[in-house]
Design a protein around this ligand. Structure first.
Ligand code: HEM
Length: 328
């Protein structure tokens, strides 16, 4: 009996929900009767997912290389998912499921919770990078990588998007060009500033001074998309959202610490682990192995040379001076 009452109450609530939008609950109930149950494999599309690993050689360890890149891209995607919510102030979804779109104001606790998630994703990536550093036989790696030329993780568009959506673009420019631009580069100037992105200098052929083919291909495919993305995040990136908080909230140590951790994760901890893998596979006592993307990777990858910093305002002079040198 009690169950009947509960069921009736649910039906009443459903009727109310659908009548609010002028729809008929009966049609939906009919649809429910006809629908299939949802199995795990349809929800996760796991069978499709497992068709996406297509090694270029027969070396067994190449599978690890592909899968780990894909895992990383999925985590990057989650980071972008959180950043998008921050930039839009989060959705206003009511207990009955009604979605009222983006909120007008960023709630500081929502901001903090999303920053924590991004840090959790990057923490997982940094810790699991051992899979790359020690997880493959060097002999196999040095062979199968030759079949992957000129592809490189350098061409990860999501990695670039995380950077563009995290900080003012000026902080991503080559150091000697930053003074040509204001702190928050006006939207109309973003396309022009793009030529000075730090990563472009990394991918220059040492002998000829020309852009590497890896960079040329990357620009052909993604330059316009990345500029449009940067324009979308103009004044909506994580730092801008932080500045949009009331002063007392900006002073909160928990928020500032999560911001610092994002900077350290993206610009020091992950790059250091990544560099460790390059050193393990490409480093040699006599002369280093050229990278698939053709960069001068020994000078380009270590964070202490690049000193990419999203939020210099949140670090001491000493920390900035020692950026990328000591574990922070
Ligand atoms: C054995 C494993 C790896 C080695 C030896 C390696 C090596 C390199 C090298 C040498 C570069 C410089 C660009 C070039 O000349 O190719 C680079 C860049 C890059 N790689 Fe990897 N990589 C490895 C794994 C990964 C993984 C798993 C990812 C995940 C997506 C990744 C993402 C990147 C990114 C985003 C860059 C650009 C970094 C920047 O611009 O500062 N790499 N990698």
């Amino acid at each position: 009996m009690e169950t009947d009452q509960k069921l009736l109450e649910k039906l009443r609530q459903l009727e109310e929900k659908y009548s609010q939008t002028g729809q008929d609950i009966e049609g939906y109930l009919e649809g429910l009767l006809l629908s299939n149950y949802l199995p795990y494999w349809d929800y996760t599309h796991v069978d499709t997912l497992l068709t996406l690993q297509q090694p270029k050689t027969d070396f067994p360890d190449e599978k690890i290389f592909i899968v780990y890149h894909q895992i990383t891209e999925l985590y990057f995607n989650l980071c972008l998912h959180e950043i998008e919510q921050i930039s839009n102030n989060g959705r206003d979804v009511r207990p009955n499921g009604e979605d009222r779109g983006w909120k007008d104001q960023l709630d500081p606790d929502f901001f903090l919770a999303r920053l924590k998630r991004i840090n959790a994703y990057f923490d997982a990536l940094t810790k699991s990078f051992e899979v790359m550093v020690f997880g493959m036989e060097k002999e196999q790696f040095l062979k199968f990588r030759m079949a992957l030329l000129p592809a490189s993780g350098f061409q990860s568009a999501q990695y670039r998007k995380i950077e563009l959506a995290s900080a003012p673009i000026r902080n991503l420019l080559q150091k000697d060009h930053r003074d040509e631009f204001s702190n928050e580069i006006p939207k109309e100037e973003i396309a022009n500033a793009f030529q000075y992105m730090y990563w472009k200098r990394g991918a220059i052929e040492l002998s000829s001074g020309r852009k590497t083919y890896t960079l040329q291909q990357f620009e052909l495919k993604y330059e316009d998309e990345l500029i449009a993305f940067a324009e979308k995040y103009h004044n909506q990136h994580i730092w801008a959202k932080f500045l949009s908080l009331p002063k007392d909230q900006q002073a909160r140590e928990d928020i500032r610490e999560e911001m610092r951790q994002i900077d350290l994760h993206v610009n020091v901890k992950w790059p250091l682990m990544h560099y460790k893998s390059a050193a393990r596979y490409l480093g040699r006592e006599d002369s280093d192995v050229p990278a698939t993307g053709g960069t001068n990777w020994q000078k380009y990858l270590p964070p202490r040379f690049q000193k990419r910093i999203f939020y210099p305002e949140l670090f001491t002079e000493e920390e900035i001076e020692n950026w990328g040198r000591i574990p922070q």
